[in-house]
Write a protein that binds this ligand. Structure first.
Ligand code: SF4
Ligand code: SF4
Length: 381
């Protein structure tokens, strides 16, 4: 394994980290084998943003006797409502969830991450409510080692860094996201009229953010390294050819200030495959052949992160989108297993009332209401 210093935290983190969201809902044995494979491979950075008690406890149990081998990014403000992921800025709720995380992980979290600061409301919810004071208090009391935050928005991320509070940032980075112009919302109409070859440049605002991290010595950890698997999928890749896992990792790790690329492995086999990056030649890692082959705008693609929740109708939006994506690959021949998975959901697209609260929260511009309607039509419910 290779290790890099995580900015001003001074901690040496493995260049490949483990994002544990994909083991949410997995049996303990699977969590254990994934955790063990990561540790055996020298991975020492784990991201635990999930608010669910069971997955947190499974991870802590798998780490029993080896907690000192890893550092944990634990998120403050990641909560649940009706057993769905939620984001909260309500102090009592935040404290309840984070203190539960502390209890589960023996009273200490290495990197206390202020969760999901994307919009103006998120920014105010953190810096104008006592949330940031609570985070500083956690650090003073030695319950967290360092203060960090997560974001998908380069403008807001810059503002957060400029407060001088965070030492580290987790940001969504991959080649497809970086090719987006920062003002994507404003330019949506314009993009429709442009040939995809126009999207060649790396978005200057995102590039400047990574540089800012370097200048201010903010440690950068990377989420969505594989674009939820879409960049490595032949069907879903926005490029003419899918990227390899190693190309995606290499792209992330060659951004200024990037210390660790988090990969959401859910089995030991996936973890071991991911670790092959370390043995590859520079040629095998090289992502530049993909540049200039963008065939569509990646914006609007669901990456199954569940940041859009909660839904008042308790729809598991990421799951509906996932089954819809698979179904759309061959609409005339939707496989019975996909139909049956969809039917197994407690609520489907047909239950959507179009309230739009999910679309406001989705950082990736997914047309969720339209997707719910399409899913309802395709799956007849
Ligand atoms: S719709 Fe958006 S927020 Fe919801 S799971 Fe997909 S990408 Fe994430
Ligand atoms: S628009 Fe539909 S899917 Fe989105 S939160 Fe409202 S009911 Fe749920």
């Amino acid at each position: 394994m290779l290790y890099r210093e995580l900015g001003k935290t001074g901690k040496q983190v493995s260049v490949i980290g483990l994002g544990l969201e994909n083991v949410d809902g997995s049996p303990y044995a699977q969590v254990k084998e994934t955790v063990d494979a990561a540790i055996a491979g020298g991975v020492n950075l784990f991201d635990v943003f999930m608010p669910g008690r069971e997955v947190r406890e499974n991870i802590a149990k798998a780490l029993k006797g080896q907690r000192d081998k890893v550092m944990i990014q634990g998120h403050i403000g990641s909560t649940e409502e009706s057993q769905q992921y939620d984001i909260s800025r309500d102090l009592p709720t935040i404290k309840r969830y984070f203190e539960d995380l502390l209890r589960i992980f023996d009273g200490y979290i290495d990197f206390g991450m202020m969760f999901f600061i994307d919009s103006e409301d998120d920014y105010r919810g953190v810096f104008e409510t006592g949330f940031a004071d609570y985070v500083q208090q956690l650090k003073q009391e030695g319950k967290i080692g360092h203060i960090g935050f997560s974001s998908h928005n380069p403008k807001t991320a810059r503002r957060v860094i400029e407060t001088g509070l965070p030492e580290t940032m987790m940001f969504s980075i991959n080649l497809a996201f970086d090719l987006y112009p920062a003002e994507t919302y404003v330019l949506d109409e314009l993009h429709k009229t442009l040939d995809s070859t126009a999207f060649r440049g790396v978005d200057p605002e995102r590039a400047a953010l990574y540089k800012l991290c370097e200048q201010k010595d903010i440690g950068l950890t990377v989420m969505k390294t594989l674009g939820a698997g879409k960049l490595i999928s032949k069907e879903h890749s926005p490029f003419t050819e899918p990227m390899t896992v190693s190309q995606c990792i290499h792209y992330a790790l060659t951004r200024p200030a990037a210390s660790s690329a988090l990969i959401g492995c859910k089995t030991a086999a996936e973890m071991n495959d991911t670790l092959k990056y370390l043995e590859m030649t520079d040629e095998e890692r090289d992502y530049t052949p993909v540049l200039g082959t963008l065939r569509n705008d990646f914006r609007g693609n669901c990456v199954y992160c569940s940041h859009c929740l909660p839904c008042p109708k308790d729809i598991d939006i990421a799951a509906v989108n996932k089954y819809l994506d698979i179904a759309k690959l061959d609409i005339e021949n939707i496989s019975p297993s996909i139909k049956s998975h969809y039917k197994g959901l407690a609520h489907g697209g047909i239950d959507c009332i179009g309230c739009g609260s999910c679309e406001k929260r989705c950082p990736f511009g997914v047309p969720i209401i339209e997707n719910m309607q399409t899913a309802a039509k395709l799956f007849n419910r």
